[in-house]
Design a protein around this ligand. Structure first.
Ligand SMILES: Nc1nc2c(ncn2[C@@H]2O[C@H](COP(=O)(O)OP(=O)(O)OP(=O)(O)O)[C@@H](O)[C@H]2O)c(=O)[nH]1
Length: 346
């Protein structure tokens, strides 16, 4: 029996429910110690701050594209964790919603130091029952996340009719007939549905992606656009790592904003109005807010025009009462969003 540390790669498109699932796993009584590695799109880390659990250690990877800039980070973090063996039962990697899981999974096979000590247990993909059908049309990453999955959590079943649910499940099955599929609300699955699966099937992946085990001899980046963004190796390029091709959305951008205390009387109407008007373009929004005279942190989450928000834990003594917001989407009017947020200052 291998004593390699099992690694679960948690993927799924923006806002599907990855962090919800992760928090559920981490708050269960499991008696295990997990190391969690998160990777976000957007310059200021919010996700790592929203992962709960007293016993876990959370490591944040650099922002940017997971294949080029971030893969090095992933390897470094895992190697660091390996030096402290015995302290962790398993590693969970939560990728950004925009990541193609192929290069992440590939790391566990082509990097010798990593593959000596860690094994990919399963790729778990959270799918948003409401939005997946749309994303399969316009986001190749979303399709790859389904194709690579060993376990699929078909989440947010409360937001669709039984007919819509059957339809999205049929679409998933057309891409991936093999994965174990769980229909959920709020990602409610037992821990053993996700962890310790020993489910990653290399033969199946090689059938989809014959170049999976080939480490690129020099990386060929195809910039099939003339935009001048700077996001690591850049959105919009279809990378070809020795034949393993994956994609980035060239129009995807993030707007991140930091400000001090915020007036909820101004913020609430503004965020509602913004997401109603710009919802089709804003795929994802989230923030941790310091409301004036409020001892607790207010956390809001949006996926297109659906918004959620509540007061969570207290601001800790000495913790700076700073508000942080991130908007991820296509063709966003960054100046308009920034100005609107600034106007909510208390
Ligand atoms: N209605 C409904 N909302 C849900 C469900 N699961 C999660 N959500 C909400 O969907 C939003 C996104 O959930 P997250 O868990 O943060 O999604 P994520 O995949 O981690 O998002 P990114 O990391 O930004 O890609 C939050 O507001 C959740 O509360 C569900 O089953 N039903």
């Amino acid at each position: 029996m291998s004593d390699k540390i099992p690694v679960t790669v948690l993927t799924g498109y923006l806002g599907a429910g990855k962090t919800t699932l992760l928090n559920r796993i981490l708050t269960e009584q499991h008696g295990k110690k997990y190391a969690v590695i998160v990777n976000e799109f957007g310059e200021i880390g919010i996700d790592n701050d929203l992962v709960v659990g007293a016993d876990e250690e959370v490591f944040e990877m650099n922002n940017g594209c997971i294949c080029c800039t971030v893969r090095g980070d992933l390897i470094r973090i895992i190697e660091g964790l390996m030096k402290r063996r015995g302290k962790f039962d398993a590693i969970i990697v939560e990728t950004t919603g925009l990541a193609d899981p192929a290069p992440v999974a590939q790391t566990f096979f082509v990097d010798q130091d990593v593959s000596d000590k860690a094994r990919l247990d399963a790729v778990v993909t959270v799918a948003d029952a409401k939005w997946l059908t749309e994303r399969l049309k316009d986001a190749p990453e979303a399709k790859n996340q389904i194709a690579f999955a060993d376990v699929i959590i078909l989440n947010k079943t409360d937001l669709v009719s039984p007919e819509e649910l059957a339809e999205v499940e049929a679409r998933i099955r057309a891409i991936n007939p093999y994965a174990t599929l769980h229909r959920t609300q709020r990602a409610a699955v037992p821990l053993d549905a996700v962890l310790g699966r020993n489910a990653f099937d290399l033969d199946r992946i090689l059938a989809i992606e014959p170049a999976f085990l080939e480490e690129g001899e020099g990386h060929h980046h195809h910039h099939d656009h003339d935009h001048d963004h700077d996001h690591g190796c850049g959105p919009g390029c279809a990378h070809d790592h020795g034949g393993l091709k994956h994609y980035h959305d060239e129009h995807m951008q993030s707007v991140s904003i930091k400000l001090g205390e915020v007036d909820p009387e101004k913020f609430m109407p503004w965020i509602n109005d913004l997401t109603q008007r710009e919802g089709p373009k804003i795929l994802r929004s989230k923030g941790i807010l310091a409301f004036k005279n409020e001892p607790k942190r207010f956390v809001f989450q949006g996926v297109h025009m659906i918004l959620d928000g509540d007061l969570q834990r207290d601001w800790k003594p000495g913790e700076e009462r700073q508000s942080r917001l991130v908007f991820i989407g296509r063709d966003l009017d960054a100046e308009m969003i920034r100005a609107g947020a600034q106007a909510c200052a208390a």
